[in-house]
Design a protein around this ligand. Structure first.
Ligand code: KG4
Ligand code: ZN
Length: 344
């Protein structure tokens, strides 16, 4: 391990778990030499959400191209690369398989070691890229389209999930509410933008608490409350103030995230809180966490928006710490759609 740490380590990272085909080259886990993302959002927008078969096909069309561009932009050849990091779960199985197969093929042909990475570990590790001084232990609130996890990062690669959603993920709630409001996919950025014009206290939507488990989340009741409100207005021919609905819904999400994340950090006696995942680019959540953490004497960390949504640089950061800890994947590495963060 010390021998590895004495020289620069360059990771070629690949991510294809959902609807972005991405490749990156990352040096020593924190320096991004290239970060290429081919987004499929335009095509999935036509269907109102991600269509798994289309995602797999688009990944196949783009994967070689993004890998080549990532190497070119980083001014690297394959023989400059120390390891290939790839997301192997969780995610859409057909989508994951494209990245995993490409990574295995390159690794097999070149002899470069292969390191399988958990997608959420990637999201958390995006914080290392943005904040060079950040070291575990810290608490991380992971809010994405598929996941809502409250995690203690005890050390690199050592995670303890202390809270999770019981139903919809935070991003899923944003997307479903946006669809009901006719805003299209992906809904998060659209609600974020429209909410800026609205009153976050105009409509009282619920903030769910889970009996007996203080750090778990539930967003399906909130989503239903918003849909009921919209349907109720339509039935009564009452005009809907879209900005107020968006702002009030968003405020409910902000409140539960801030309460659980800051509450856990304080109760655990920790002084560092990070946020990760696509929803981490939400401006109201970032503002509220920044302000509350400042008040509580907690240092708050967040990646820039481009590192919040799916990308391969974050996978390169995670793969670096796995690699220097001796983790290697074999030729039997497979896509694991429901891979658990703690069971790796
Ligand atoms: O992490 P990500 O790119 O993919 C998953 O791993 O799921 O997250 C995508 C999710 C989508 O649900 C999208 O609507 C949400 O992140 N999102 C946002 C914002 N930008 C993206 N949600 C709220 N506010 C945003 N600004
Ligand atoms: Zn993600």
């Amino acid at each position: 391990m010390s021998e590895i740490q004495n020289k620069d380590v360059k990771i070629l990272a690949i991510e294809s778990s959902c609807d972005e085909t991405a490749a990156a080259v990352v040096k020593n886990g924190r320096d991004v030499l290239s970060n290429i993302i081919a987004s499929q959002i335009d095509i999935h927008t036509l269907y109102g959400g991600v269509v798994p078969e289309i995602a797999s096909r688009k990944h196949m069309e783009k994967i070689n191209q993004v890998i080549e561009t990532a190497l070119e932009e980083a001014e690297c050849q394959l023989n400059d690369i120390d390891a290939i990091g790839v997301t192997y779960g969780p995610g859409l199985v057909g989508a994951l398989l494209v990245g995993v197969s490409a990574a295995k093929a390159i690794s097999f042909a070149s002899g470069i070691p292969l390191v399988g990475v958990h997608h959420i570990e990637g999201h958390i590790s995006a914080n290392y890229i943005q904040n060079k001084e950040l070291e575990p232990p810290f608490v991380c609130i992971v809010v994405s389209g598929g996941h809502t996890h409250l995690v203690i990062v005890n050390d690199y690669g050592k995670y303890e999930v202390i809270g999770r959603t019981r139903d919809d993920a935070a991003g899923e709630a944003f997307d479903k509410v946006a669809r009901a409001m006719g805003l299209g996919y992906p809904g998060g950025p659209k609600i974020d933008r429209i909410a800026k014009e609205g009153n976050p206290f105009a409509i009282e939507f619920p903030r769910a608490k889970i009996d007996g488990s203080e750090y778990d989340f539930s967003f399906s009741g909130l989503k239903s409350a918003v849909l009921n409100y919209i349907n109720g207005c339509k039935m009564k021919n009452k005009e809907i103030n879209t900005a107020d609905v968006a702002a009030s819904f968003q405020q409910s999400v902000v409140d539960v995230i801030v309460e659980r994340a800051v509450g856990a950090t304080k109760k655990l006696g920790m002084n560092k809180l990070a946020i990760a995942g696509g929803v981490a680019s939400n401006s109201a959540i970032r503002k509220a966490l920044t302000e509350r953490c400042e008040k509580e004497g907690i240092k708050f960390y967040s990646p820039s928006p481009i590192l919040c949504t799916d990308n391969a640089a974050m996978i390169g950061a995670a793969a670096y710490y796995e690699y220097i800890n001796g983790v290697r994947s074999g030729w039997d590495l497979n896509a694991v759609p429901n891979l658990k963060l703690e069971s790796r």
